[in-house]
Design a protein around this ligand. Structure first.
Ligand code: DAH
Length: 336
């Protein structure tokens, strides 16, 4: 028995354990639970004569410790090797460019618009996208049979019935005017950016969803000259100092008088060298609207304006299809 132990010891010491596979084969060969050579030898202890048992037992234990120690050493060595071996890396390869996102062009324009009006003391207000008939239409002086109330233009969440007003996806940001005037007293100077919805056929120039910025200024003695002055400054801030701008008479139920603002868009290919492009609607707040909100129209006057963010962005960057804002095409977005 002692000879066998000595023999096994030499074999164990002679093993080269230089790979994961060799180490695993070694473990099974010597220390396997069922047929490991050391394990089998230990099982023969019962046949060793009593007198020899202490010596044999000691030798066996030493053998087992040796076998286990070699296993552990080999595993440690391999682990260390794994951690320090040179990495598979070609340092001459060109680097991979990190992907950097950009601010959406609509957001950029919105930020520019907001920054401009904040400089003039306007605060930013928001309102719900789901509106009732009162805020979206009635308080804004839309007559009951106005075509904008038609389902052709408006998304109804609840259709109006006898004696009950409808609930709509707001068709413009003007209802925020009403909410502000209902809850606060003049002087009021706010802009209201946000999403609006229209039930229109989708094409290069209209989408079912777009963005507007509403403006409202109510105080004693506010005049059309104030309106014209701030909108001129605004057009210059967004389109450059030599922008040409005109006020064109128009109509909105909630303003009187009303105007639309156009800017001159030079285009050498057109007769006349360019054309007028509308950028927003505006006017003096109709006294009916002030009164609907409980504001004394004898004492206060106000101006209001509303612009489409998509429209202004399309002009600034020469974009000819509104749908592209909503397609998330990286080839488009990466240009900004
Ligand atoms: N609400 C109008 C629209 O959706 C835009 C507008 C025009 C807003 C004139 C105004 C305004 O405040 O005075 O087309």
């Amino acid at each position: 028995m002692l000879d066998q132990i000595e023999d096994l010891k030499r074999r164990i010491e002679a093993e080269t354990l230089d790979s994961e596979e060799a180490v695993e084969a070694y473990r099974i060969r010597y220390l396997g639970q069922r047929n490991g050579l050391v394990t089998l030898l230990a099982r023969q202890m019962s046949q060793v004569p009593r007198a020899e048992r202490p010596a044999v037992g000691q030798a066996l234990n030493a053998l087992k410790r040796l076998a286990e120690q070699r296993l552990e050493d080999a595993r440690n060595r391999l682990r260390q090797h794994r951690q320090t071996r040179p990495v598979d890396l070609d340092l001459t390869l060109p680097g991979r460019r990190a992907f950097v996102g950009s601010v959406h062009p609509l957001t950029q324009t919105l930020e520019d618009i907001t920054r401009f009006f904040e400089r003039y003391g306007f605060s930013v207000e928001t309102g719900p996208e789901i509106e009732d008939d009162w805020h979206n239409f009635t308080a804004l002086n839309f007559p009951p049979d106005h075509p904008a109330r038609d389902m052709q233009d408006t998304f109804f969440l609840e259709e109006p019935t006898q004696g009950k007003d409808g609930v709509v996806l707001r068709t413009h940001t003007s209802p925020v005017q009403i909410r502000v005037m209902e809850s606060r007293r003049p002087p009021l100077r706010i802009i209201a950016p946000g999403r609006v919805y229209r039930n229109e056929a989708i094409s290069f120039k209209s989408f079912c969803l777009f963005h507007q910025v509403e403006g409202l200024y109510v105080d004693e003695g506010v005049s059309m000259a104030d309106l014209k002055q701030i909108l001129h400054a605004f057009a210059r801030a967004l389109f450059g100092d030599d922008v040409q701008m005109r006020f064109r008479p128009s109509f909105f139920p909630f303003t009187e008088p009303s105007a639309e603002v156009d800017i001159w868009w030079p285009d050498a290919n057109r007769p006349g060298g360019g054309r007028w492009m509308e950028i927003l609607g505006c006017g003096m707040v109709d006294p009916n609207v002030l009164e609907a909100c409980g504001i004394d129209a004898e004492r206060y006057t106000g101006y209001a304006f509303g612009m489409g963010v998509e429209r202004i962005t399309m002009l600034r960057y020469d974009i000819d299809d509104i749908r592209i804002f909503y397609e998330n095409d990286l080839r488009f977005l990466q240009q900004f």
